[in-house]
Design a protein around this ligand. Structure first.
Ligand SMILES: Cc1ncc(COP(=O)(O)O)c(C=O)c1O
Length: 469
């Protein structure tokens, strides 16, 4: 307990209560929009409010408006939890309040990032001399890595993108599969490459780019080319065949970028590593740390083989910035200027887990995902659409009426998802997969355990029964 920081003590109490309540509180939001607006929408007063009061008010006002996404029974989107050391390091990061733009503004942060970056390259078996940047999430990892890609492919075409921009530059084409994450498209918008530069590579029904489709898409045109492959399809978690595809793309002179938001971390698992065979042949990789590495939000990583292209795309020259060749200044690789010292949480998570811990965390999540999907798939009125090989699986729910159509099954699937979420026991989201509505099951949270799996299947069974009445 501190004497001079009562608001911090109070915040700690609220935080501990929140974490300890994750197993018992509703996973869904139970407060209405009107309630949230009424509670939070207080007038901004002329004079300030006591910090302890603010912390208490915030905890009271947000009650029911926070999702239990850090709990072990949240399976929507791809959302991880927070390891204890990572959360603690994140608190310290806020208290230390460092500007992690330069070594000069926070030597400890710069070195923690240097060390954590080297650990990650080692764990993921990526080129040890690759450059990296700790960014806010996979979206900004795409922006960072694809800015380096833009720099690299245009440099090879005799054009200096840093100096001359894109007006008059050779046109870049970007080849990516149809089920790619939308953050790739948005990164291309941010970078001035534009969504129209995207050419979709046909995939097989499971979401994998095939050798023939990559070849024919590459051969259809020429010029500076970026190929985006997936380390973990959004819906099925499957990986592209890197060992086969990357050499084909490289032979055509392309820069290969890998979206590994969640899946890249599977390379740290001894039993899953083979699924990513050859991923190290790519030129850049984007991943999240707030997913499978279970650090708090605001944590992604961009990794680039061509350090020079990365550096040229990001570095800043200003007379008031102290540059040194001996140290790693984050600003040389990151898109931000001032930035949070987000490397501390990542450093802490990697130490808490260790190599073995990360490997077993990944395997455990995959096993729980498999148990949930097969368990739900075996319930009357449910059907498994994708049996997980990794952390992602798909099920749907069938309308029991005779003559029910696909549209009826789609409506039933959405209704069951809503009914499960309303129980507060578990939380899922829907997706349209190969033309059908499905419930996506994603497990990347260290907290999920056998009890959560059993509670989730039971809640699903109750929701199906409830709808049948
Ligand atoms: C495959 C994939 N790529 C990119 C992203 C974007 O990541 P972020 O939300 O961290 O920016 C996600 C997020 O779910 C994802 O699943």
């Amino acid at each position: 307990m501190t004497q001079n920081h009562p608001a911090l003590d109070r915040a700690h109490e609220h935080a501990a209560r929140w974490l300890e309540g994750l197993d018992t509180r509703a996973v869904n939001a139970t407060a209405t929009l009107e309630q949230m607006r009424a509670r939070l929408g207080v007038p901004l007063e002329e004079h300030g409010t006591d910090p302890v009061q603010i912390v208490d008010d915030l905890a009271a006002a947000t009650e029911g408006g926070l999702l239990g996404s850090p709990s072990g029974r949240f399976f929507a989107w791809v959302i991880g939890g927070t390891l204890q050391s990572a959360l603690a390091a994140d608190w310290l990061t806020s208290a230390w309040d460092q500007n992690a733009g330069l070594f000069a503004t926070s030597p400890a942060s710069a070195v923690a990032e240097e060390v954590a970056g080297a650990w990650l390259l080692d764990l993921l078996e990526l080129p040890r001399d690759a450059s990296f940047a700790f960014v806010t999430g996979c979206q900004m990892a795409h922006v960072t890595a694809l800015a380096a890609a833009r720099e690299g492919v245009l440099r090879d075409a005799g054009w200096n993108a840093t100096q001359d921009g894109l007006f008059g530059a050779p046109r870049i084409r970007v080849l990516a599969n149809a089920t790619r994450h939308d953050s790739v498209d948005r990164a291309l918008r941010f970078l001035g490459i534009g969504e129209r530069a995207l050419i979709e590579i046909p995939t097989d029904g499971d979401g994998r780019v095939t050798e023939a489709s990559l070849r024919s898409t590459l051969e259809a045109d020429s010029g500076p080319t970026i190929v985006v492959l997936a380390a973990g399809d959004l819906n099925t978690g499957v990986f592209d065949s890197f060992r086969t595809l990357i050499p084909i793309a490289k032979a055509a002179g392309a820069w290969v970028h890998v979206d590994g938001a969640f899946g890249l971390m599977a390379r740290a698992s001894k039993s899953k590593r083979h699924m990513l065979d050859g991923v190290d042949l790519a030129d850049s990789w984007a991943a999240d740390a707030h997913k499978w590495l279970n650090v708090p939000y605001d944590s992604g990583v961009a990794i680039v083989r061509d350090r020079e292209a990365h550096y040229n795309a990001m570095t800043v020259h200003a007379s008031y910035l102290e540059a040194s060749h001996e140290v790693r200044d984050e600003i040389d690789y990151n898109p931000e200027f001032s930035r949070r010292a987000r490397g501390f949480a990542l450093y802490a998570a990697l130490r808490e887990l260790g190599r073995e811990g990360l490997s077993t965390l990944i395997d455990r999540c995959c096993a729980h995902c498999h148990a949930i999907v097969t368990g739900i798939g075996a319930l009357p009125g449910a059907e498994m659409l994708w049996e997980p090989e990794l952390d992602q699986g798909l099920v749907r729910f069938l309308d029991p009426r005779p003559g029910a159509t696909d549209a009826d099954h789609d409506a039933r699937t959405d209704a069951v998802i809503t009914a499960i979420n309303a129980t507060g026991e578990a939380f899922f989201a829907g997706v349209t997969w190969n033309g059908r509505r499905a419930m996506r099951v994603s497990v990347v949270n260290w907290r999920t355990n056998e009890t959560d799996v059993a509670r989730t299947i039971a809640a699903t069974q109750r929701a199906i029964a409830e709808l049948a009445r």
